[in-house]
Design a protein around this ligand. Structure first.
Ligand code: G3I
Ligand code: 9MR
Length: 535
């Protein structure tokens, strides 16, 4: 009995988490290849052929230290020098072998395709085909104007049509602010990388966004939503009334920025319409510079609130400048005082640097290209310093584990990759590779955090279709939000979180919207990074 119990205890972590942690999908042959290993007496590791068990390469383990985000004491295994395509595992004396992984050219074809396809699976107002087939839901052709959004031409209760778009996340609502950065990131994957399929996919959401602008004044509604979150049902079963809610300056500026980008990449006549929409939105924001979104008392869904709009003004101005070349837009950026930070839905200042850097050779006067380059370079260098100091060799620190932590890291990777395009630096690419490694298994949880990809991926994401479709596997291609110590959903979860430590604070349970939801703004940098590193 006793030995059985002991055996179970010993096996439990095996079933749940790998102890040698690495990218369980794989690596391009010439990529940086790192694994983290719990510290034991072992001084070396070996790469073994997954089929035969033969050792093909051996290397020393390097001391890495204790990671404050997980409490683990670690060593680092660097097998970058092993480049022979194949399927392998890592072995360290005294530890179970790692999950298998491949070395091959274009190792992320399937990941990229799945991550982009996830957007298709989150399309509103459309019947979905294929293994996750479902009837259309949320046509949104008769949406009510909420009292908070009433205008002379559209009094409260007016019906407008605002179809298409992506569901934001695991819920069925559509939010302009989050659509902004998500759609931008996909369009950047087209502009920077010529990533296939993104223009077609993004168009579904751009069509919806255009319908969120009031043609009478250019202002943009903050969101299209139910009053309360739907239950865990399929889209066509969720039929409560939908509303457009309050115009906000943040939504209108994010809309202006995205439409300015879109007008660069789509052909006429859409291009002209997008630019005209962007200009009208910009003009509305000039006239309403501080219309902060305030959640009405009867609306309980996602807020995406933000009262700091300096960065949204700068981003819209930057994209309008790139598209039109008009100097007034450049001056409106105020680049001299704009911090360069990694972007998220609430702080888009980083997107200014990414876009200006990518277009730096074609910018009109008075663009200060040296300042643009220096801003991005300094940001990338600070990420690199964090990467070097981290026992996990990731650019994210313990304090950055917020709601959607996986996307913090992926947005850092995107930043590093744009910096590398501006001024090549092999460590920028290595640090970006590390971010992808992390979401695919080199993390404290020792598992893939992308549905349907790699070893032991999430089975129970907070995603209504995945939960309600009667199919055992969740919809594939979604990165979950990831661990973060807030545990805002703890009261909704029957099982307790396994740990309060930032990098371990995760539940693969549908209850856990704070660690296991999916979202378009988290998947978009996964698309970008997978495309960029798929060489
Ligand atoms: O703004 C404060 C900041 O001032 C403070 O320093 C910081 C310290 O933690 O907190 C900041 O607020 C955080 C806010 O995001 C902005 O970053 C909150 O703590 C945090 O709880 C909040 O999380 C957001 C969450 O909604 C709850 O509002 C996530 O970023 C956001 O991704 C998530 O988005 C939801 C939508 O509302 C609904 N649809 C699903 C989607 C994904 O879960
Ligand atoms: O399902 C909702 C998820 O999409 C949101 O991110 C999250 C936070 O706003 O809220 C979820 O809805 C929960 C609600 O906030 C509280 N009651 C339980 C809901 C989950 O089913």
């Amino acid at each position: 009995m006793k030995w059985l119990l002991l055996a179970c205890v010993a096996l439990a972590p095996l079933a749940g988490a790998q102890s040698i942690k690495l990218n369980t999908v794989g690596y391009a042959p010439d990529a940086a290849k790192l694994a983290v290993v719990p510290r034991t007496a072992a001084a070396s590791f070996s790469v073994v052929d997954a089929a035969s068990g033969q050792t093909v390469w051996r290397g020393p383990l390097q001391a890495a230290g204790v990671w404050d985000a997980s409490g683990e004491d670690l060593q680092l295994a660097d097998f970058s020098a092993w480049r022979q395509p194949g399927r392998y595992r890592l072995q360290v004396a005294g530890l179970p072998a790692s999950a298998p992984f491949v070395l091959q050219p274009r190792p992320y074809d399937a990941l990229y395709t799945a991550a982009l396809k996830a957007f298709y699976y989150n399309r509103a107002g459309m019947a979905i085909a294929g293994p996750y087939a479902r009837p259309a839901g949320h046509p949104d052709t008769e949406v009510r104007v909420h009292a908070s959004a009433a205008s002379p031409g559209r009094p409260a209760g007016t019906l407008i049509s605002s179809p298409k778009g992506w569901y934001d996340a695991g819920d069925y609502n559509k939010y302009i602010v989050n659509s902004g950065i998500a759609t931008y990131t996909l369009l950047a994957a087209h502009e920077h990388l010529r990533a296939p399929g993104v223009l077609e996919e993004a168009r579904w959401n751009l069509d919806w966004m255009l319908s969120m602008q009031d043609p009478a004044d250019g202002g943009v509604y903050h969101k299209l939503t139910n009053l309360e979150f739907d239950g865990m049902v399929m889209p066509h079963q969720a039929t409560t009334p939908r509303y457009v809610v309050q115009k906000s300056t943040a939504a209108t500026l994010d809309f202006a920025a995205v439409m300015a980008v879109a007008s660069r990449v789509y052909p006429q006549p859409a291009s002209a319409r997008m630019l005209q929409a962007a200009r009208a939105a910009w003009a509305w924001a000039q006239a309403h510079p501080h219309q902060i979104y305030v959640q009405p008392a009867d609306v309980k869904t996602g807020e995406y609130g933000d009262d700091q709009l300096r960065d949204e003004f700068a981003w819209a101005a930057a994209e309008l400048f790139i598209t039109t070349g008009e100097p007034a837009f450049y001056r409106a950026i105020g680049l001299e005082t704009l911090p360069a930070r990694v972007a998220d839905w609430q702080d888009v200042s980083g997107l200014v640097y990414l876009s200006l850097s990518h277009h730096r050779r074609a910018l009109a006067p008075p663009a200060d290209v040296a300042r643009i380059e220096a801003g991005l370079e300094a940001l990338a260098q600070s990420l690199l310093a964090q990467w070097r100091a981290s026992p996990y060799r990731i650019s994210m620190r313990a304090g950055e584990f917020v709601w959607g932590s996986n996307a913090v890291l992926l947005n850092q990777a995107m930043t590093l990759l744009v910096a590398n395009a501006q001024r090549p630096h092999p460590d920028y690419v290595r640090a970006a590779q590390s971010a992808l490694d992390y979401v695919l298994g080199r993390n404290a949880l020792g598992r893939s955090l992308v549905t349907g990809q790699g070893w032991n991926p999430p089975r129970h994401p907070h995603h209504r279709p995945s939960q309600a479709d009667g199919i055992a596997d969740p919809v594939p291609g979604f990165v979950v939000g990831g661990p973060q110590p807030g545990q805002q959903d703890a009261a909704h979860c029957r099982q307790a979180y396994p740990s309060a430590l930032p990098a371990l604070s995760y539940l693969d349970d549908v209850c856990s919207y704070a660690s296991n939801e999916v979202a378009i703004n988290w998947n978009a940098p996964l698309v970008y990074v997978a495309a960029a590193l798929n060489r």
